[in-house]
Design a protein around this ligand. Sequence first.
Ligand SMILES: [Mn+2]
Length: 311
Amino acid sequence: MHELVKALDDAKHILIIAHINPDADSMGSALAMYTHVLRLHKKVTLFCKTEKINPALNFLPFINKLKYNLPSHYDLALSFDCGAIKRLGVDLEEKLVNVDHHVSNERYGDINLIDTTAISTTQVLFDFFIENDIKLNAKIATCLYAGLVDDSQNFSTDKTSERTFLMAAQLIKSGADNALCVKELFKSRSLASIRLKAKMLESSKLACSGKVVSTLVPRSFFEETGAYEVDCEEGLHESLELVNVEVAFMLRYTKDGRIKGSLRSKNNLNMNKIASHFGGGGHVHSAGFVCDGNSLEEIEECVIKTIKTIL
Ligand SMILES: [Mn+2]
């Protein structure tokens, strides 16, 4: 029997955790497992440290069950899509299962279900369900599909492969709602988010003979537009589409005054390596970090210097 199947069998109260500022992959995989555990008639708690999650995720089944405080007792915890344990935002004492696909994963779990070749954490979980004859229902399929479609950017990233489409086909067959996922994750936006993107693109600068584009996002951009933090992702993705650009990065302040960097690349330029230089990590094409600095400009200079070493 798979060690995770046994752990789920043995547990009485299961804690399911999505990482800080969860995306559709983290929340989708967490909710797919949540839905499965409900079928096992076990006590289950869904937890995330972030209280204001991206409203685009509100369509996911059972998202209304999300709790922001840890239960006083549980005997098994599972984390989803979280490469570094500090991104869970809590200290855990019980047995921990780490389900993920980041190359930078720290293998912090008592059980580590990690496949760095998977395009999404929902793909890691999908494989686990299939290999262990765990039946998918429409709710589970939609949750898994949400992570797949979001991490592959609607089937457009370099990692998109036959395996991606085979999984998609099987999920659709099981009742996944493609139209709903695509509408909520890619085709719904606020005017505030479009105004934020305009400001971002206006302030973007090219470096390294046009191979690098950097965008600094001061707090005032959010205040002036009313956009959410998560809304700046799209401007970053679009800046990577510029001809000749191979690396796009963005810097902004976190709520506690630190500096958050997000890096995206083409041509297999390793962003995990750049992010790890600043104490972060992630994937080859997509990585991030949080560091301290006097200004966005100061960190921008350091990041460009570090990127130059791999161009
Ligand atoms: Mn992911």
